[in-house]
Design a protein around this ligand. Structure first.
Ligand code: ZN
Length: 276
């Protein structure tokens, strides 16, 4: 397989410019074979079945479905509601044949300072969902996020913790890890923890960390514009056994989301060749 054939573009990269249909057709026009689908964009477009049809017609595989998780609520009724929502998301991920369901743990419940219990809660949620994921043929990929996002987005913040969770849950291929260079590049344990993850790696996300970032979530850089040694991390991930899509995922409200989408895709392809 050619290197370019493993390039996937997460549709969030052109979120403000293109609908799901426009993105799938736009990526396909420029020879891209993979994308990650966001649920809100899919709902806007139509049903999961129609989405699968659209993807097939355009020769696009799904490297990820975004997002499941957000399972930290201490309130029992809310927790059950959130579990049900995740069940629907798993069904949809199966229908669109996504290679991974991207799972974001969730932040601290409002008013809580108990991060240890929030982590325990997510593990409880995962232990309930995993047998159902197995039945549905879905891989839940837990994605550790940068620790600056622990309060409001993800109490899971390192590769080590992701590996520990996998050990604790003892699941099979229905549980994996999403490695996003944006979130883990700084970690001194990264190389050894990627090695430890091995076949658990179910998704690999690339982008860059701008040294003067303006927004922790929505100011990601294009590969080559920041400080991450992406080829080094890619080598570790591939040495661990992962050979799936390298998915470009750029949330950039003041830069890339303002540019013409055709140009964004063109730049992604150039930078992928040079900096991934
Ligand atoms: Zn990611």
């Amino acid at each position: 397989m050619l290197d370019e054939d493993l390039l996937s573009i997460n549709q969030v990269t052109t979120r403000d410019q293109w609908s799901l249909k426009q993105a799938v057709e736009g990526y396909s026009r420029q020879g891209i074979h993979g994308t990650a689908v966001w649920r809100d964009k899919m709902m806007e477009f139509g049903s999961p079945k129609n989405t699968r049809q659209l993807l097939k017609e355009n020769g696009i595989s799904v490297s990820g479905f975004c997002i499941g998780g957000l399972l930290t609520s201490f309130d029992e009724a809310t927790f059950q509601k959130d579990l049900d929502e995740n069940r629907r998301i798993m069904e949809e991920a199966a229908i669109i044949e996504s290679q991974a369901l991207i799972f974001i743990a969730g932040g601290l419940p409002k008013g809580s300072k108990d991060i240890a219990s929030a982590r325990t809660r997510v593990l409880e949620g995962l232990s309930i969902l995993l047998p159902e994921a197995k039945k549905a043929g879905v891989t839940i990929a837990i994605e550790p996020l940068h620790p600056m996002l622990a309060a409001n987005r993800s109490v899971l913040t390192t590769m080590k913790e992701a590996n520990d969770w996998c050990d604790q849950l003892g699941a099979g291929p229905e549980l994996g890890i999403a490695v996003d260079v944006y979130h883990v590049w700084w970690d001194p344990m990264l190389e050894s923890e990627i090695k430890r993850a091995g076949s658990r790696i179910a998704a690999f996300h690339v982008n860059d960390w701008l040294d003067d970032t303006k927004d922790l979530r929505l100011d990601r850089g294009m590969m080559g514009d920041g400080v991450i040694d992406i080829p080094k991390i890619r080598k570790w991930v591939e040495s661990a056994g992962f050979n799936g899509y390298r998915e470009v995922e750029i949330l950039s409200q003041n830069n890339w989301w303002k540019k013409p989408p055709e140009e964004v895709v063109k730049v992604v392809k150039e930078r992928y060749q040079k900096f991934v």
